[in-house]
Unconditional design. Structure first.
Length: 239
């Protein structure tokens, strides 16, 4: 009897895993998410390589001027290549999301507006939703007078969550630096205030990055939560 119950539980668990796989987003959407997550890696690698190439390494060589200019050109080439690859990834992200929702390629022009344009791309309804896409099924049932307040509330919530996440990350980094170096927290904050413009710019970029990331993850979380709390799934999990 115990073995039979264990076998039954195993079958239910495998069926549950299969349901999770079925609610995964489309292949194009997954690729868009992967491309977006790779942007920070590209920027960090490019910045590291840019800082490693120092034109002053040509000092001590016979043709100093020529070598200095070559290293300077390589350095700027790395910077341009990093920026170009980032733009290609960004355009690919917008294209893949549009393609996953079977929308006109004309929407790709919104990619030029950066994260603000992507917000409108993320709002596009899927013309060919997957059978288990609960999020798109939910959107298709909404009337315009319900959809507009919902998207507005989502926009405000996403910006609030992105900003608070950035603030939390900043506080954690300050605490970690204070713990690892022994520098008082007030001293670190004063040093950041001295170059507030640079910190404000970098934190603004972090917030924009998180906004797009949350918009990408929101349909996935909605489908996952809808599946986990559906009556059929809850009843299947009961022994």
């Amino acid at each position: 009897m115990i073995k039979r119950n264990s076998l039954f539980q195993l079958i239910l668990q495998r069926a549950y895993i299969c349901d999770i796989v079925r609610i995964m987003p489309k292949r194009h959407y997954v690729l868009a998410l992967i491309c977006y997550l790779s942007i920070p890696a590209v920027l960090i690698a490019g910045a590291a390589l840019f800082s490693l190439i120092d034109p002053e390494m040509a000092r001590g060589h016979a043709d100093y001027v020529r070598n200095y200019r070559l290293l300077e050109q390589v350095r700027h080439g790395v910077l341009m290549a990093t920026a170009g690859l980032t733009l290609v990834l960004w355009a690919s992200i917008c294209y893949l999301v549009i393609e996953s929702r079977k929308r006109s390629k004309g929407w790709l022009s919104l990619a030029a507006a950066g994260p603000f344009g992507f917000i409108f791309i993320a709002m596009l309804a899927d013309r060919s939703p997957a059978p288990n896409d609960l999020y798109q099924q939910f959107l298709r049932k909404l009337k315009v007078y319900c959809r507009v307040p919902l998207e507005t509330a989502l926009l405000v919530s996403v910006w609030f969550l992105a900003f608070e996440s950035m603030v939390l990350k900043r506080e954690l980094m300050i605490r970690f630096e204070s713990f690892s170096t022994g520098t008082p927290v007030a001293t670190i904050i004063a040093r950041q205030d001295a170059s507030s413009g640079m910190w404000a710019f970098s934190e603004g970029l972090e917030t924009l990055y998180l906004v797009v990331l949350i918009y990408l993850l929101w349909p996935i979380f909605f489908n996952l939560a809808g599946h986990l709390f559906s009556p059929r799934t809850i009843s299947a999990q009961r022994p």
